[in-house]
Design a protein. Structure first.
Length: 227
C-alpha cells in the first residue's frame, strides 16, 4: 500500500531458537515494516535524512531532527507570527488558547506561553521571577507594545475578569447584608481600604476605581475608564 508516496513493505524474518540441549529447534517468524525511500514531492528522503530540520543543511545524528537551539530559529519565529491577526490595537492569537484565555505555542517539543515568547523575541530575556502583564487587558494579545514586566502584585492590579463569586458586576464591590447596601473595598499589600456604602452598585464601583487610582500603579484599564 502507498500512503503519501511512502511505501511500507512487510518483511518476514525467521529466527531459530533452541530450547536447550537435545531439544528441538523452534522457528519464530516476525513481521517487520520497511519504509522505502521513494521521493516525496520531488525530495529524496535519503538525501535529507541527516540534515537539520530547521533548513540550515547542517548534519544531525539520528534520531535527533534539530541541532541544539536550531528549532527556535527564524522558521519558528515565522511560524509564530503567522498565527497572529494584527489589528490596529491588539495582535490577536488565532491558534489554541488555554482555559484561561492565554495564547499557547508549540516550541521545542512543548507548549509555551505565546505572550511571554513574543516579549522575549522583541525585547529580550524575562528576568527570573517576573511576570508579563497585558497592559491592554486582552489575554490573547501578543503585541509586544502591550506587554510589560510586572511582579505578582502589579500583575493583579490590572485585572479585567471579575471573581466567580462577584454579584455586583463591578470590581471591588460586595453586598453588605447588615446595611442592605453595596460596599466599596480594595485590598492592597495585605491591607483592606474602604470607599463607603452605596444604594447603587455602579456608584460603589466608581468609588472602588477611585481607590485603586490612588493605590495602584499598573491599573491601566482603570485609568482609561470614563468617570
Amino acid at each position: 500500500m502507498r500512503r503519501n508516496n511512502v511505501k511500507r513493505d512487510k518483511i518476514e524474518v525467521q529466527r531459530h531458537i533452541k530450547n536447550g540441549p537435545g531439544s528441538a529447534t523452534n522457528t519464530v517468524t516476525r513481521s517487520l515494516t520497511r519504509i522505502s525511500t521513494q521521493p516525496i514531492g520531488g525530495l529524496d528522503m535519503e538525501s535529507t535524512r541527516n540534515h537539520c530540520a530547521c533548513g540550515c543543511l547542517e548534519t544531525v545524528e539520528p534520531p535527533r531532527m534539530y541541532l541544539p537551539g536550531h528549532q527556535n530559529s527564524a522558521s519558528s519565529e515565522d511560524r509564530f507570527w503567522s498565527k497572529v491577526n494584527k489589528t490596529e490595537t491588539c495582535w490577536l492569537w488565532t491558534s489554541p488558547l488555554n482555559p484561561d484565555g492565554y495564547a499557547l505555542f508549540w516550541l521545542d517539543g512543548k507548549l509555551v506561553s505565546a505572550h511571554r515568547l513574543a516579549y522575549t523575541m522583541e525585547r529580550g530575556p524575562i528576568p527570573e521571577g517576573s511576570l508579563i502583564d497585558h497592559a491592554c487587558g486582552v489575554r490573547s494579545c501578543v503585541n509586544p507594545a502591550h506587554l510589560r514586566l510586572a511582579n505578582r502584585s502589579q500583575n493583579a492590579e490590572n485585572l479585567t475578569k471579575l471573581r466567580n463569586d462577584n454579584t455586583s458586576g463591578f470590581r471591588g464591590v460586595t453586598f453588605c447584608k447588615q446595611s442592605k447596601k453595596w460596599r466599596s473595598q480594595v485590598r492592597h499589600k495585605g491591607k483592606m481600604y474602604y470607599g463607603g456604602v452605596f444604594e447603587d452598585p455602579q456608584e460603589a464601583g466608581e468609588a472602588s476605581r477611585q481607590l485603586r487610582l490612588g493605590l495602584f500603579t499598573h491599573n491601566v484599564i482603570d485609568r482609561q475608564a470614563k468617570n
